[in-house]
Ligand binder design. Sequence first.
Ligand code: ADP
Length: 669
Amino acid sequence: MKGFFKKGLEDEDDSSEIHELRQSVLDKKMPEPVEKTVLKEIDRLFKIHPSSAEYTIGINYIDYLTTLPWNQYTEDNLDINHAESILDRAHYGLDEIKERILEHLAVRIMKLSAKKTILVVDDEKMTRMNLSHVLGKDGYEVEIAESGTKALEKMEETTFDLVITDLKMDKVDGLMLLDSIKKNSPGTEVIIITGYATVLTAVDAIKRGSFHFIAKPLKLDEVRTTVKSALSKKTGVMNTRSPVICFTGPPGTGKTSLGQSIATSLERKFVRISLAGIKDEADIRGHRRSYVGAMSGRIIQELRRAESNNPVFMLDEIDKIGQDFKGDPASALLEVLDPQQNSQFIDHYMDVPFDLSKVMFIATANTIGRIPAPLLDRFEVISLSGYTVEEKINIALRHLIPKAVEDAGLGRNPLVFSEAALKKIIREHTREAGLRELERKISSICRKITRKLVKQTMDPTDLEITEKRVDDLLGPSQYHFEIAGAKDRIGCATGLAWTETGGEIIFVEATKMMGSQQLILTGSLGDVMKESAQAALSYIRSNTQIFGLAPDFFHGHDIHIHVPAGAIPKDGPSAGLTLAMALLSLLKGKPCRRDTAMTGELTLSGRILPVSGIREKLLAAKIAGIKTVIIPLKNQAELPTLSETLIKGIRIVTAGELIEIMDIVLKDS
Ligand code: ADP
């Protein structure tokens, strides 16, 4: 396009070039306001000297606008069975999650494939019959009305997607009908039919909100395309009115790949941006063009790259979005996701609206806790909590290993991982709720085998990966299972915590020494956790009789509570119970059972309050070899929703008061 501008001011005979450029813009069939803006910009540029910076900025702007996918989109595949088989093929397990995704897709498919309803209003019988016949054949549900008054009556009973009305009619004419529709049923599109003499009025009708006009005598092709584009605009709006899916869960649990599968099943393009650390609103909404080096925001950039205006668009790590003096990116995102506003999304760089309503947005987050409330309100949250060892083995065998074998060029070699070897990798070389590290370790093993084969230092007929080979290839175990072989200790209680990366086992240690009644707390504890420790101590001090302790046990002493690993910040109320049990173990001189882990917030009167992340915590307990898990009574309702493989082998005890679990946790020494 730049070639069009090479003469600029210096050449007087540039009108043909302007004409050519204008024509190329007109051919793009951009929405009217955009086309107008671009044409105006072209006219302006021809008055500017080509060597000026403003000229270059202008050219880039025109180039940018004309290459956006205004009319480019992919046709959706609306076959729900196809979607189901793609999800099943790409993802092991996750039955409940898949069901929810399919339900969500089913609603969209239903809305998209529902027959559109059209009301044809004309006092000429011939026109009514013709339109009704043609549009009925195109698959629309058509009703007719012979006057404006009749049309108003019909519209009281039903809502139509589109009304095609003659302009000139007795009593209630086309414009009156239009005004009434825009007032009472703003979602209904209107197309005006006009005779030659009334074209000017029809233009006026467009200003008053009609989608377009068709001139008499009617040309069927024109009718068809105008109706199609009026209704496709409507489809887009309906499309996004359903809430936005937000996958939450620790890294590597399949959030991104589920999004990809949704795109594959709908046969849409897939794009993804990470919002981690985005602080500047301009990253979402673009910079104004007056800025040197101004650019459009990430949303528009990605759509341009995708060359489609209806991709599946993943907004990754939406919980990590920042905020500072340069505006609030969350509110810009809200506009992007809001169906009332996103059909008119204005990027500051473009300065003309782009319709985002056909885009299917999907968000991901590690936890929902930090998602700004107005955004969360738009989401249908689907949580992925992590996988058990058995599930990981199955996923590795079916998905991760075949892919890694292929990537490492071992396609034709019979590389087999024994189940024991996989278990070893999972338990001793990774510590995660998801599958990222496991995927990396498997890939690493495959690459090492390839290298050995290439160097001919390995027998190609003996490629089984055994436990021993895992150690040889990956080196000594990185993680050890403290629980299984660990000694029960006085003053050391096992707790379950929940972090962004999934469930975790924590140990709370308490010790007592001569001092001046101080409670010392270490281990990077947050304020809430510190307060929980104080509350636990106060509860015990005020109930010494129940616990059989001397009323003045604190007198002349300090108590120190430490939670390793000291460098990792920890917070939250759910460690209250564990803190109290560590103290009781210390004060009563009875060791806590190491293989008994607990979670629960403790009140000053010893009641145990419910906590979140039970599934994640149970997963961590299971992987760590915990035998008994104590959870708050009020979390009991969640137990039936947990899968059998998750709870198999673990004894789950529910408790409403601390006193109920004393004997379960403390051992007689
Ligand atoms: P996230 O986006 O949650 O961090 P990813 O989607 O990137 O996770 O998943 C990490 C890897 O694990 C990918 O290779 C993905 O295909 C694989 N994966 C995750 N969950 C499953 C599953 N249920 N079945 C098969 N593969 C899975």
